[in-house]
Design a protein around this ligand. Structure first.
Ligand SMILES: O=C(O)C(=O)C[C@]1(C(=O)O)C=C[C@@H](O)C=C1
Length: 292
């Protein structure tokens, strides 16, 4: 039994697709924003939360990373990569005249993934950002009298009774988003639906201030141990310009020797290191439009 599951909703988001790909069952609770979902884990309202972390076209979802670093001490217990197909959808009453639509309602990441299409096909359209693609689709479904549209997935079109008028409007075909599964503790879950592709270990590293070459030394602590890194990213500490955290993903499970040895070496250099999680990752290849 996995526990109570929450996700960035409402129904029809890409996050809902990620949740359905990972977990069976109907009882999944949607949250309007990423922080609300993460707070609900901390407050014991849910056990597991699924939120987006990174998109192949638009990059990191800073809200998730910053909230993990600054606000809520949660652990990553799993990750799933989901293919992202963005479609333009309208209320059935606007199918004929969609090219004259006034405004598009969608999530900033989804809009950013479709810049070329919007520039070419709907140059004059206004953009209203919503908390998720699902929220944009829901809004469009509630306003049939207005010629507006939404960008999102086929699940949203189905959930909210909208018609897709242009398929696959994202600018680059290799579009994927990484979603993380969060828990209060570093816990091993039972994965019911997908086979794992491998394991990762994620660390948050703070460098000592004003020491030349520390980042180089940090990277060598991983390099000479042949620990393969799949991601390194800096985020502002929000304490002043030039102060950063580094997020590092190591392409293996937390072991007893190599990763603890690297962490000890980093601490000797004056870095502080926090384990964000050691977890399996999964890949969704095709998506079926199940609204479970
Ligand atoms: O709005 C959604 O549907 C989400 O699940 C969020 C989100 C994101 O934050 O990047 C997830 C995947 C897509 O890249 C667009 C939006």
């Amino acid at each position: 039994m996995t526990g109570r599951i929450g996700y960035l909703g409402p129904k029809g988001t890409f996050t809902k697709m990620a949740v359905d790909a990972l977990f069976n069952g109907e009882d999944k609770q949607s949250f309007k924003t990423i922080p609300e979902c993460m707070d609900a884990i901390v407050n014991n309202q849910i056990d597991i939360g699924v939120v987006p972390l990174e998109n192949a076209i638009e990059g990191s979802v800073n809200m998730t990373i910053d909230y993990l670093i600054h606000d809520q001490a949660l652990k990553i217990v799993g990750e799933v990569v989901v293919p992202i197909r963005q479609h333009l959808m309208v209320h059935p009453s606007n199918v004929e005249n969609w090219r004259e639509m006034i405004t598009i309602y969608s999530h900033p990441h989804a809009v950013a993934q479709c810049h070329h299409f919007l520039q070419k096909e709907l140059k004059e359209v206004g953009i209203e950002y919503t908390t998720s693609t699902g929220a944009g689709a829901e809004f469009v479904s509630q306003h049939p009298d207005r010629n507006i549209g939404s960008i999102g997935n086929e699940l949203a079109a189905k959930e909210y009774g909208l018609n897709i008028v242009k398929e696959d409007i994202h600018d680059f075909q290799n579009n994927h988003t990484r979603f993380v599964v969060l828990h209060r503790e570093n816990k091993e879950l039972q994965w019911e639906k997908l086979d794992e592709e491998g394991h990762k270990t994620s660390l948050i590293i703070t460098l000592p201030t004003d020491q030349a070459g520390t980042l180089h030394q940090v990277l060598s602590a991983f390099a000479w141990r042949k620990l393969n890194l799949s991601k390194i990213e800096s985020r502002p500490m929000k304490t002043g310009l030039g102060n950063y955290y580094f997020l590092i993903d190591i392409q293996q499970k937390l072991d007893d020797v190599l990763i603890p040895g690297a962490i000890a070496e980093l601490e000797t250099l004056g870095c502080s290191v926090e384990l964000l999680g050691s977890y399996p990752y999964f890949q969704v290849n095709g998506l079926s439009v199940s609204s479970k």
